[in-house]
Design a protein around this ligand. Structure first.
Ligand SMILES: Cc1cc2nc3c(=O)[nH]c(=O)nc-3n(C[C@H](O)[C@H](O)[C@H](O)COP(=O)(O)OP(=O)(O)OC[C@H]3O[C@@H](n4cnc5c(N)ncnc54)[C@H](O)[C@@H]3O)c2cc1C
Length: 442
């Protein structure tokens, strides 16, 4: 079976390494990208799923991740100036004592992953993809062609707009200014969990500002700063000026060079059409407030590996299985599962804006009104997100704070196994409670 992964960014390398590890006997892998098209180069806050994947799938130790990728541990996100009740609040990973993630250099992560890929490497620009129900043909800009059974398309933000994708307008940002500074000592953050002191060394800072919010990601070699804003309400000059004020207080020696990015908040309606599977920024994008992109890319790769690849690996007659697989119902189920996940995560991200911030500005009025109208504006009736969101907000509305109330959270949620199962997207009741209390919505 011939599979092409197109894309040499984080998503493409995650996919190529995953397929190398799990399907080396089944798959003849081609890894294709054009080095003259740069990767997006951001994506340095992660969730615990990347840590587990690096350890369990690739067998990479934490010491190696720290040494090779300038990684620091991330125990959550420290929100500052969000909502009107609390100057600061943490959003942890749950259960807190066991769960942390990494801040990681995006470039060095790709270098590490590249050592785990066994593939035929093709460094060319893809001009076109044509396909029928069972295969695809890739045409390169030099006229060369390659026929494959499946394509994993990780070419970054898609150029096509229109009916093939759904915009997610409750996320109110669309632009970013990125700067770099020297290493900072994150200091020690302290918390009490059920009355017991618990200390951790670092968290991503997410600081609300008049034009949006700023992330601060500490690595062992440098610090990454990003001002996330909406270019409908603020000019780059205005944002730059406020960024300078923030950096002046936080980073006297920041490098003057900046990277200016624009991004769409969107999801494809169809991720997999039977031959081409889109992953990473080519499949969907949500602003980086909860740093979910790498986790989403991993979940897309996992889903594709379980079905169809997992089934194919166990099938006696792969051609027959693939013909049957084209039944529209199976594809619909698969795509609906992926779509639901993105939509739910996007709604949770949008909810962060629903109580505004300490700042009264055009941006924050817009952001708050967008977030408050989420249930009315959910566009995918077939996924029935409206009902689900209503159920979730009703269910969380009485949740106490997971730490401050010093109760065993399990007893407050449904009886049964540990409650750290996701209830919406990838977020647990504890996440809803901690963010909800933090912004002042609960
Ligand atoms: C401001 C900002 C902050 C972010 N912060 C985070 C974060 O903290 N955490 C997180 O998880 N995510 C974050 N992200 C998301 C981040 O972009 C993704 O995690 C990740 O980098 C995925 O990128 P990608 O691999 O899909 O695409 P890209 O990095 O854009 O890679 C695309 C690849 O495709 C290749 N390519 C494109 N077209 C062709 C062609 N025609 N032929 C051949 N090759 C081609 C390119 O050469 C490149 O190798 C952030 C995004 C933004 C905008």
């Amino acid at each position: 079976m011939r599979i092409a992964v197109i894309g040499g960014g984080t998503a493409g390398y995650l996919a190529a390494a995953h397929l190398t590890k799990h399907f080396r006997d089944l798959v003849n892998l081609y890894h294709i990208y054009d080095p003259s098209i740069p990767t997006i180069g951001v994506g340095e806050g992660t969730t615990p799923s990347l840590r587990y994947w690096l350890k369990n799938t690739l067998g990479v130790t934490e010491a190696e991740v720290i040494a090779r990728c300038d990684a620091t541990r991330k125990y959550g996100i420290l929100f500052e100036n969000w909502g009107r009740q609390n100057a600061k609040f943490m959003h942890h990973f749950f259960p807190v004592r066991d769960l942390y993630a990494y801040h990681i250099s995006a470039r060095k992560l790709v270098e590490l992953l590249s050592e785990h890929v066994v593939a035929t490497h093709i460094h060319k620009r893809v001009q076109d993809i044509t396909q029928d129900e069972m295969s695809a043909e890739i045409t390169f800009d030099d006229g060369g062609r390659l026929g494959v059974d499946y394509i994993i398309d990780a070419r970054g933000f898609p150029k096509d707009t229109g009916a093939s994708r759904i915009e997610l307008p409750w996320i109110p940002t669309n632009s970013a200014l990125i700067r770099r500074g020297p290493v900072i000592n994150g200091g020690t953050l302290q918390h009490k969990i059920n009355g017991m002191p618990f200390e951790y060394t670092s968290a991503t800072r997410s600081v609300a500002r008049p034009h949006g919010w700023i992330f601060v990601i500490p690595l062992t070699s440098r610090t990454s700063y990003g001002y996330i804003y909406n270019n409908q309400f603020s000019t780059p000059e205005e944002v730059r000026a406020d960024f300078e004020v923030f950096l002046g207080a936080n980073c006297a020696d920041c490098a003057p060079a900046e990277n200016h990015l624009q991004f769409p908040n969107f999801t494809r309606r169809t991720f997999f059409d039977g031959v081409v599977m889109n992953i990473g920024n080519s499949a969907s994008f949500l602003e980086p407030l909860e740093a979910t992109a790498i986790a989403i890319a991993l979940s897309q790769i996992n889903a594709f590996s379980r079905w169809p690849l997992g089934r194919l690996a166990n099938s006696d007659n792969t051609v027959l299985w693939r013909r049957n697989r084209h039944n529209a119902e199976d594809l619909k189920t698969f795509n609906t599962y992926l779509l639901k996940t993105i939509m739910r995560i996007s709604v949770f991200v949008g909810w962060h804006y629903s109580m505004g911030s300490r700042f009264k500005s055009e941006f924050w009025s817009y952001a708050q009104s967008r977030a408050k109208s989420v249930p009315e504006n959910l566009p995918v009736s077939s996924v029935d997100l409206k009902t689900q969101w209503k159920k979730v907000t009703d269910a969380v509305s009485h949740l106490p704070h997971p730490f401050e109330d010093q109760i065993d959270f399990q007893h407050v949620c449904e009886p049964g196994p540990r409650p750290n199962r996701p209830i919406y997207g990838m977020f647990t009741p504890e996440s809803f409670a901690e963010v909800g209390h933090g912004i002042g919505a609960l």
